[in-house]
Design a binder for this molecule. Structure first.
Ligand code: AMP
Ligand code: MG
Length: 340
């Protein structure tokens, strides 16, 4: 099949394609999503097949507004209105217990809960509206690979396998949404995956502590979010995490072993060490938001450069740094230069 690139004046055509239960990738503020009609088992099954996604990893349902969610959920957690008011549209996915048979069971991998998000992207909100049904939208990459932050990344992974891609430029945040479990009305909200909305922001908005899935804190705990157990976000090239004071030692080690390395770091670090590396990907500045925006794009770019290692800068694990490090650790298979 030929994968068509839909421009912003072709949303109606993209919506028609989705209504025919074909797949169209769409831009969001986090990463590109692989869109399919969430009410069609046939369409949703294609998503798993095309991505090579394990069928026990449930999908996020993308909605046009909160009203649309009310069709599928009988009872909401008491904090829902406050959270939706403050964070939607935005990079926050909310898990609710749904009415029986709200969606085909493939959507939620057989769970009695479903996750919902209203993306903050005008083209995709218009696309959902024009389609007239909610859309599932896992990251539009081959399962296990770095998520796509441009339409070119989507094309690279899925060309010929999906009907189209809605062009929306580079995504703003660069990592997936925060997943927040609101399925138990008697329990405080629990973060199952860190993302674009930080724990600190949630706690400030709610004036209370938010729980964190124990597996995010301790490696030995099984994740509550089924998808979090899989290897994720990894390029084919080996990745090593480099702490701020370890660059010199890491590059000396690489040089001694005659290893070809790529650097992925702030402009400061790249400027200082690029003469000792074969390739580099420079974040826009020193801020963690820029690093997060460039994380997957950098891994993809350096993966094309025929290297032995990609050395990637670490950031402190607070605020958005929690999401950045969560993705980077998986891409690096937990390996830091020091304990290599
Ligand atoms: P992706 O679509 O690749 O960004 O992954 C979606 C994430 O949300 C995965 O980690 C899923 O396991 C998680 N998720 C989706 N639905 C649920 C649910 N009903 N319960 C728990 N986690 C979920
Ligand atoms: Mg994904």
């Amino acid at each position: 099949m030929e994968t068509k690139i839909f421009q912003k004046n072709e949303i109606k055509m993209a919506a028609d394609t989705l209504r025919q239960n074909e797949l169209v990738a769409f831009p969001t503020e986090t990463v590109y999503g692989l869109g399919a009609n969430a009410t069609s088992e046939q369409a949703v099954k294609k998503v798993f097949a095309v991505k090579g996604r394990p069928t026990d990893n449930p999908l996020i349902v993308h909605v046009q507004n909160f009203e649309q969610v009310k069709n599928y959920v009988a009872q909401f957690h008491p904090l829902t209105p406050q959270i939706v008011e403050r964070f939607w549209p935005g990079p926050l996915t909310l898990i609710f217990k749904t009415k029986p048979n709200a969606f085909p069971s493939v959507v939620s991998a057989g769970l009695s809960t479903v996750s919902f998000r209203m993306p903050n992207h005008p083209l995709t909100l218009a696309l959902i509206e024009a389609t007239g049904v909610p859309l599932v939208g896992p990251s539009a990459n081959t399962s296990g690979r770095p998520s796509p932050t441009t339409s070119q990344h989507v094309y690279h992974d899925l060309q010929g396998k999906i009907a189209g891609i809605l062009e929306g430029g580079a995504t703003e945040i660069g990592v997936e949404s925060t997943v927040l479990d609101l399925s138990d009305s008697h329990r405080a909200p629990m973060i199952l995956r860190p993302g674009g909305v930080t724990k600190e922001e949630l706690e400030a908005a709610l004036g209370m502590d938010v729980l964190v899935d124990p597996h995010l804190v301790s490696e030995s705990e099984a994740p509550k979010s089924p998808g979090m157990k899989y290897q994720h976000y990894a390029p084919s090239t080996k990745v090593l995490m480099i702490g701020p004071t370890d660059w010199e030692e890491a590059l000396n080690w690489a040089q001694k072993q005659q290893l070809k390395v790529g650097l992925q770091a702030s402009p400061e670090v790249v400027r200082r060490f690029q003469s000792q590396a074969q390739a580099s990907y420079c974040y826009a500045d020193n801020q963690v938001a820029s690093a997060t925006k460039g994380l997957f794009a950098g891994l993809r770019a350096l993966d094309e450069a025929d290297l032995d290692y990609i050395f990637v800068a670490t950031y402190p694990e607070t605020g958005l740094g929690t999401a950045y490090m969560n993705r980077l650790k998986k891409a690096a298979n937990q390996k830091y230069f020091m304990n290599n």
